[in-house]
Design a protein around this ligand. Structure first.
Ligand code: HEM
Length: 148
């Protein structure tokens, strides 16, 4: 579809440099909600600033993980249910580390921010709407792994 084409085209530039763009996404996330910082702990060590977190190798790995999940969603967007089990299980893991479903909305806002930074005015309403739909579907599927 036209929307899928918009997503593919806009993801190309981002996926050429996932870490760089993922850093923009997560910097924005911590700007929007600094309370998310303590959720990231490696070897029980809490980061005291977003800068410290954003320079830790383990956190950079998490950025790569997030970008590769989005990449898989873009690759399989015609047939997202093939990722359903994986995403539900991923949701379960996030619930276990203290993530609340509402945090994923802020991640979504940060994703749109990153895409807009990357594409400028080319990131218009149509592209935004297409991404909003895809990201919502990913989050809904992750939410299937949540115990209420
Ligand atoms: C793992 C936190 C959002 C993908 C983790 C871990 C933490 C975490 C603490 C375990 C340690 C690690 O692997 O680095 C968070 C928080 C989020 C968030 C606080 C948002 C507020 C996301 C999103 C995605 C994602 C949006 C993908 C769409 C992953 C993956 C793993 C992971 C693939 C590895 C799971 C595994 O080990 O099988 N996350 N995450 N995360 N996260 Fe996230």
């Amino acid at each position: 579809s036209a929307q899928q084409q918009l997503i593919r085209a806009s993801w190309q530039k981002v996926s050429a440099n996932p870490l760089e763009h993922g850093m923009v996404l997560f910097s924005r996330l911590f700007d929007l909600n600094p309370d998310l910082l303590p959720l990231f702990q490696y070897n029980c060590k809490k980061f005291s600033t977003p800068q410290e977190c954003l320079s830790s190798p383990e956190f950079l790995e998490h950025i790569r993980k997030v970008m590769s999940v989005i990449d898989a969603a873009v690759t399989h967007m015609e047939n997202l249910h093939c990722l359903a089990e994986y995403l539900a299980n991923l949701g379960k893991k996030h619930q276990a580390v203290g993530v609340k479903l509402e945090y994923f909305s802020t991640v979504g806002e940060s994703l749109l921010f990153m895409l807009e930074q990357c594409h400028g005015p080319a990131f218009n309403m149509n592209v935004r709407e297409a991404w909003t739909k895809l990201y919502s579907t990913v989050v809904e599927t992750m939410a299937c792994g949540w115990d209420v």
